[in-house]
Design a protein around this ligand. Structure first.
Ligand code: 4UV
Length: 545
């Protein structure tokens, strides 16, 4: 084995040297370097071409922060909830919120009011930020949650008319005569929470993942180590461009594509959603050099006849993570691209801010999820919690400065996943080879991944159980060639019920975003449970799925 990587106790370390973690807040970390590239584009919309330079982002986000404190009474550790597609305003909203001392919780812009209201009840925001297209869902969600808080609206995509009763984002961000002195009252430290994305983790319903400033700043500098970095230095004559089509509401888009890239002076090109034509046009027009993808996008690049070699010419690096990637899709893309393209899988989780493993640009190991990033330790354990050696398969545990503080208001759930000595249990089944390269093989946790996005079986089960004809329900993920996995439900109906599958499917579809919809229902007389009544999803999966 590679000593130095495999250390005593079968703890696997990064082959890269540890890096120093700066003691800064996220905005301070981004502004620290900005003096070197104030006039470079920080973020631009691939469709409208609306953009901010680094200096404009700095100035407008400070305006916003001061206005949030002064006019909207935001105070340290208040939560602000953002529900909108990717745009330059998203970057402003996040950096403004953080500089106001508040925390950001992000919601999928395609969520239903039912889904949003749950996150509102859990995260208790003081303020919402949306766009005209998401405002009515936000209002319905507030009604369901019996909450009454102000809504700020950014510009929309199709619709620039703001509803009457919302606050115009532009007026806050472009304000003149701003009293910046109020920002002197902000008192935040690196160990304070900055981001509060939601993840179901190993089990149960989505929970608020408390990511500190330090978690995110650590994960940024962990991506800068010489051996493992995927961008080139920004200079007076060179700037990488990355395509932000993965949504900022999810940690991959938010931390890797947006915050890390801003911290190293990359141009972040946003797209509000994936549409083949605007995607391919933007790749070429904006000369995208770094493309951060999830498996469905790799499938599209490799298999869609509309994607030609010349569409991919500007790319130097493609990274892919969030779900297992079929080998065939990798080779199809490699066949379409230039010889020196770096194609790398990455592995991470919301709870690890997110990056855990990656590979150097010159790696030809296309199937591994990578080696540990600096300052990060891995171990694989068996069911007796014994740490295993090279190529042995078990649950992956991670320790490092990127591991979350915990789940919000949920010490029980936190205790289940973070051990007393700081190891985070991923719920993923994996092995690590002699050189420290990780391969993910399975998941022990309940989580279903549809196109890389989280679907919590417990959430669908609770909706199914609310249906008047349903006695009990269990949901598992089944393989799907288009989306990776899809939810399949096993339902026990109440005695005498004559309800049809379509009726139940429709009931769920009205309450969840499209990607969470149940693909198939099987009716059973009873569900497999252990003696204490816990649903045995594994058995459902093995026996019926
Ligand atoms: O919590 P989450 O939804 O988080 C993510 C994070 C993904 C990424 C992607 C690229 C990065 O650079 C990065 O830092 C993070 O999806 O879901 C976490 C679960 O997703 C599965 C695994 O089951 C995690 O526990 N997953 C993530 N990456 C991979 C993966 C992968 N490369 N291969 C297989 N499964």
């Amino acid at each position: 084995v590679n000593e130095g990587t495999w250390t005593s106790g079968n703890i696997v370390k990064s082959p890269a040297k540890d890096v120093e973690i700066p003691n800064r807040l996220i905005p301070e970390h981004i502004w620290e370097n900005m003096e070197k590239w104030p006039d470079k584009t920080a973020v631009i919309c691939g469709i409208t071409k609306r953009s901010f330079t680094y200096h404009q982002l700095y100035k407008n986000s400070r305006n916003l922060a001061a206005k949030l404190r002064n006019s909207l009474n935001i105070r340290d550790s208040d939560v602000i909830c953002i529900m909108m597609p990717n745009s330059p305003d998203y970057a402003l909203a996040i950096l403004g919120t953080l500089q106001a001392g508040a925390e950001v919780t992000t919601v999928n812009p395609i969520y239903t009011a039912h889904e949003v209201h749950r996150q509102l009840l859990l995260s208790k925001p003081k303020l919402l930020i949306g766009i005209p297209e998401t405002i009515s869902v936000l209002k319905d969600a507030l009604k369901l949650a019996k909450m009454d808080i102000p809504i700020i609206s950014c510009r929309g995509y199709a619709n620039n008319d703001l509803p009457d009763d919302v606050i115009a984002f532009d007026e806050l961000a472009n304000a003149t005569n701003v009293d910046y002195d109020v920002l002197k009252d902000v008192s935040r430290t690196p160990s304070d929470i900055a981001l509060l994305p939601y993840s179901s983790g190993t089990t149960g319903l989505p929970k608020g993942v408390e990511l500190t400033n330090r978690n995110i700043v650590s994960n940024c500098v962990q991506q800068n180590s010489n051996g493992l970095r995927h961008y080139q230095d920004t200079t007076s004559t060179y700037q990488d461009a990355t395509l932000a089509v993965l949504p900022f509401y999810h940690i991959y888009g938010l931390s890797i594509v947006l915050l890390h890239k801003l911290s190293v002076g990359v141009k972040v090109v946003t797209l509000p959603k994936f549409q083949p034509q605007s995607f391919l046009t933007t790749l070429k027009e904006q000369k995208i050099s770094i493309f951060c993808a999830a498996p469905p996008l790799i499938l599209f690049l490799g298999s869609n006849p509309e994607v030609k070699n010349e569409d991919l010419e500007s790319l130097n690096v493609i990274t892919c993570g969030a779900a297992p990637l079929p080998k065939l899709d990798i080779y199809r893309v490699l066949n379409k691209t230039k010889k020196n393209l770096a194609f790398l899988q990455l592995y991470g989780l919301t709870e690890t801010a997110p990056l855990v493993t990656t590979l150097p640009n010159n790696s030809k190991n296309y199937v591994s999820a990578g080696v540990a990033v600096p300052n990060t330790e891995l171990k694989i354990i068996n069911t007796d919690e014994i740490a295993l050696g090279p190529n042995e398969v078990g649950e992956l545990l991670v320790r490092g400065p990127q591991v979350m503080k915990g789940y919000r208001n949920n010490p029980e759930a936190t205790k289940q996943v973070i051990t007393e000595d700081g190891w985070f249990r991923t719920g993923d089944i994996a092995s690590i080879d002699e050189d420290g390269a990780l391969t993910i093989t399975d998941r022990v946790k309940e989580l279903i991944k549809v196109k890389g996005y989280q679907v919590a079986p417990a959430e669908l089960e609770s909706i199914l159980r609310e249906h008047p004809d349903v006695e009990d329900a269990g949901v598992v993920g089944v393989p799907d060639s288009r989306t990776g996995e899809a939810p399949k439900a096993f339902v026990v109906v109440k005695e005498g019920s004559k309800t049809k599958a379509m009726n139940i499917l429709n009931y769920v579809s009205e309450r969840v975003a499209e990607f969470k919809r149940i693909k198939e229902i099987v009716f059973l007389d009873s569900l497999p449970k252990n003696p204490s009544g816990k649903l045995l999803r594994r058995i459902l999966k093995e026996k019926y799925a």
